[in-house]
Design a protein around this ligand. Sequence first.
Ligand SMILES: [Fe+2]
Length: 181
Amino acid sequence: MVRAWHILQEETDDPRDALYSDESVSIEELAQVGVEYFKFDADTFEQNDDYLKLKNDRGYSYGDTISVSRATLPNFDAKIKSFFEEHLHTDDEIRFILEGSGYFDVRDFDGRWIRIECVKGDLLVLPAGIYHRFTLDKKDYIKALRLFIGVPVWTPHNKPADSMKERLDYVSKYLTATTAN
Ligand SMILES: [Fe+2]
């Protein structure tokens, strides 16, 4: 089950100390802003038919693992800072958590932050064009499989990137439709 909350108050000294809403954000609410959530056994997923079908149906042809910790990630402090800058990508960001944990924050249609806790076995798909950011939690470690269609492009485009095609496409697909309903 997805674990997500609205951030009520940001904490500037340490983003991991943000204050959250009591009420959680549902998987349906995440879907409204284009975020998808799946769960697989992280020890057996490579033999899991549902996982293989998802990977095949979507054409996730590329995969590598990233280990985010002070010991394993070069330029750790700079990388962590850049992960937490609000940004978007021109392609979906797909992460399957193999070990450890962390938080993905995404903007809802009102511009409020939703914080999504990611732990082992969670597979998260953030659509191209969504503003988001990432932070480790206080255990300071996550290992994730990064999936991609074709040759990977990880480039972050920091906010504001409102005139980018992928942002305009995202807004018209998710945010405009939500307002019209
Ligand atoms: Fe990102």
